[in-house]
Design a protein around this ligand. Structure first.
Ligand code: ZN
Length: 131
């Protein structure tokens, strides 16, 4: 069955600091992050032969908002996350959150996988993690 890829982009603003970092990032500062969530799945399944979409964009928005954006937006990340709040670590955490959430929904949509997370810390710097 043909696999179709899609992506939805989100934005959130947070404060953080990297206490163990020698440079300026040891001080509290903020970012407006851009998050791109890439998913992949079939256009139809045996159970849903006329589905016609991988996943409703509105549903994807709801999942990402519930599992990620609502936890990070306008938060001090060092208090919210129990790891060093580098973009690399955050991207890994976001991927695992969304993989877990998508597993909960796969009964409804057939097999939809989160394949990649791209997290921009600034407009010119991003990290990417693949499933
Ligand atoms: Zn920073």
């Amino acid at each position: 069955m043909k696999q179709i890829k899609l992506c939805k982009e989100f934005s959130f603003s947070s404060a953080h600091s990297l206490p163990l970092h020698a440079g300026l990032c040891k001080n509290i500062h903020g970012h407006t992050y851009t998050l791109q969530v890439y998913v992949q799945g079939p256009l139809e399944t045996q159970e849903l032969p006329n589905k016609g979409m991988v996943i409703d964009f509105a549903t994807l928005k709801q999942i990402v908002t519930d599992r990620v954006i609502s936890k990070l937006d306008h938060q001090y990340l060092n208090d919210t996350l129990d790891f060093t709040t580098t973009a690399e670590n955050m991207a890994v955490w976001i991927l695992s959150q969304l993989q877990e959430a998508m597993d909960d929904h796969n009964g409804t949509f057939g097999k939809v996988e989160v394949t990649k997370i791209r997290l921009y810390e600034t407009p010119t710097c991003f990290v990417e993690v693949e499933a």
